[in-house]
Design a binder for this molecule. Sequence first.
Ligand code: HEC
Ligand code: HEC
Length: 470
Amino acid sequence: MITRRLHGWIIACSPLALSSLALAACASEPTPITPHGDLDRRLAGTSGTVPYATGLAYTYPLPGLSTREREDFLVGNNFFSDNWVTAPSSTTARDGLGPTFNARACGACHTDDGRGRPPLDEGEDFLSALVRVSVPGASTDGGPLGVPSYGDQIQPFAILGVPGEARPRVQWEEVPGSYPDGATYTLMRPLLTLADPSFGPLPDDVMTSIRVAPAMIGLGFLEAIPIETLDALADPDDRDGDGISGRVHRHLEDGAMVVGRFGWKATASSVRAQTAGAFVGDMGITTSVHPNDDCPPEQLACSEAFAQSEPEAGDEVLDVVVYYSRTLAVPALRDPTDLEVRTGSALFDAVGCAECHVRSIETGESDVPAIAHVTIQPFTDLLLHDMGEELADHRPDHDASGREWRTPPLWGVGLVPVVNRHDRLLHDGRARGVEEAILWHGGEASRARDAFRALSAEDRARLVRFLGAL
Ligand code: HEC
Ligand code: HEC
């Protein structure tokens, strides 16, 4: 029997046990088989959480998946993690990369199912983050209007014989500040340039938005939150007068009005929509959802290189990657009885963080039994909030303005440094750790930010300690 190691998991590639798709996913590197007891031990945990705090903390499947479901998870993991290659190749299950692309695998950006970061200096490429671009106006579906010759995302890389679109470069500007108690700090703001544009200069009115890849954990739960719950959390006209007016991001997606949940501006309604978008936009892999590669007419070599009529990723591949993306577990809170953590948790509520980073939500129906009707602690309301000039990208995206962002879930945030060996947070990864992330909050979150700033240094440290335990 052939086995294969995936993120420390062992998948047994037995012709009897697996579908033909699974066999295609099974590469030939033989590795020893671990006893099943180990698998079961790793799966212990409750309410979709797993008690692991290692570098693999984001990579576990939801507890409670059936054997059949775990198999889909493992096959999906393979298609998520392994590189796609240029077509034609002998690896037909995974060819079709490009012509232009940002990365060769989902896992290149969502490293170990975790999050990406922006380049740390001008010499570094965008490897786990990307740049969205547009010009003022809206496309027919109400989305951003792509830049002529470039489209709505810069793909810096391309297959042999095709030019990449441009090389995004970041420089960091220091922004000094101080707490009311006199303690000083320095924040960092990214300054973006798009060097070496291949199809003429970008227009003067180009709008750009740097986005880092978010972590993949718990997405199936977020997808299963009933729309009524989101509507009940929303307060678009701030009727309760607390200065916070979150709104549901309703917009057109493939011609239908949907509720956005995923992406930094809640532009995708489902894991499937986001995944199909990522396949074509980030890797140049077509699916039945997006049958054409992103080659604007001016990019001749790109159009010529793309001659595929069948989707490069068939529906069964798309389905299994979507399934995988929906069934990653969430690491459990660590040190819940620690006094500092508990005090920090109370301070989180007291200064108003939980107004947006909502602690507890009940999921609704789901085709995955482990996801349906459970209480989760996502620390998000999935709503759009005006975060002020501080965080504005000035690039509207569907119905989200240039100042609006979706509250990101905070579950697992304390493990970013362990999993991804960096501490960069916020949509463009400008914050080095949770304290800087809080200090960047503006707009509707100004009140909470100022209440945090007004805390004693000890209490600030307690709140930060609590976030570190998530
Ligand atoms: C080039 C880097 C990159 C690659 C490759 C990539 N992603 Fe992403 N991913 C991102 C970024 C950036 C976002 C946030 C997008 C936004 O805000 O519009 C994201 C968001 C997501 C989300 C939504 C998560 C959330 O919390 O809102 C899912 C799901 C996702 N990606 C799945 C995938 C899958 C599946 C693949 C492979 C088919 C993939 N991604 C490939 C960068 C990447
Ligand atoms: C008005 C709603 C709101 C309030 C109140 C609020 N946040 Fe946020 N928070 C957001 C949004 C929206 C973002 C994403 C902003 C961005 O990426 O530009 C965010 C981002 C974060 C992040 C970074 C998460 C990531 O994945 O990068 C952390 C950490 C965070 N908030 C903690 C807090 C804490 C602690 C408080 C209380 C002091 C707080 N927030 C109050 C809405 C809010």
